[in-house]
Design a protein around this ligand. Structure first.
Ligand SMILES: [Cu+2]
Length: 158
C-alpha cells in the first residue's frame, strides 16, 4: 500500500469561470470532471453564499442543519481526501433548491501505474518416461455397434 500523494494533484474550480452561484448547472460540470483523491475543489463566490459539505440525504433534501463543514470566505478550498461521492450545497436558504448543489465522485488514487504484471509462463515440460503400463488383461469388447441390427436377424422365434 503506497501512501504517497501523487504530485499531479489537480485543483478544480467549481463551475469554472461561472464560479459558485445561482444559475449554474453543477451536475453538468461534475459529469465532465474526473476527480481523484488528492485533488481539490475551489469554490469562488461573492458574499451571500456558503459552501457546505453535507450528506447525501441532506444534499437531496437541501438540508443545511447538519453540515459536515461550512465556509463563507468567498474562496473555499476543499481537499478531496477520501474516495466516494462528496456533496456540497449552498447554505443560504433557497440557494440549494435554486441549483447551488454539487455532487462529485472522487475516485481512489490508483496504485503505481498499470497493473501489467504478466506472469512468466511455466514451461516445465513433464518428463514423459516410456514406461508403458503392463496391460495384461485384455478387455473383451463384445459390444455390438447397433442393437437394432442384431435384433433384426438374431431373434428367430419359432
Ligand atoms: Cu448561495
Amino acid at each position: 500500500m503506497c501512501c504517497v500523494v501523487p504530485s499531479l494533484a489537480i485543483v478544480y474550480t467549481v463551475g469554472d469561470s461561472s464560479g459558485w452561484g445561482l444559475g449554474v448547472d453543477y451536475t453538468t460540470w461534475a459529469s465532465g470532471t474526473t476527480l481523484n483523491v488528492g485533488d481539490s475543489l475551489v469554490f469562488n463566490y461573492p458574499s451571500g453564499h456558503t459552501v457546505d459539505e453535507v450528506s447525501s440525504s441532506d444534499y437531496a433534501s437541501c438540508t443545511t442543519g447538519n453540515s459536515i463543514t461550512s465556509d463563507s470566505s468567498g474562496t473555499t478550498t476543499i481537499p478531496l481526501k477520501t474516495a466516494g461521492t462528496h456533496y456540497f450545497i449552498c447554505g443560504v436558504m433557497g440557494h440549494c433548491g435554486g441549483g447551488m448543489k454539487l455532487a462529485v465522485t472522487v475516485a481512489a488514487a490508483g496504485g503505481s501505474g498499470g497493473g501489467s504484471t504478466t506472469p512468466s509462463p511455466d514451461t516445465t515440460t513433464p518428463t514423459t518416461g516410456t514406461t508403458t503400463p503392463t496391460s495384461g488383461t485384455t478387455t473383451p469388447t463384445t459390444a455390438h455397434p447397433s442393437a437394432s441390427l442384431s435384433q433384426d436377424r438374431g431373434s428367430a422365434t419359432l
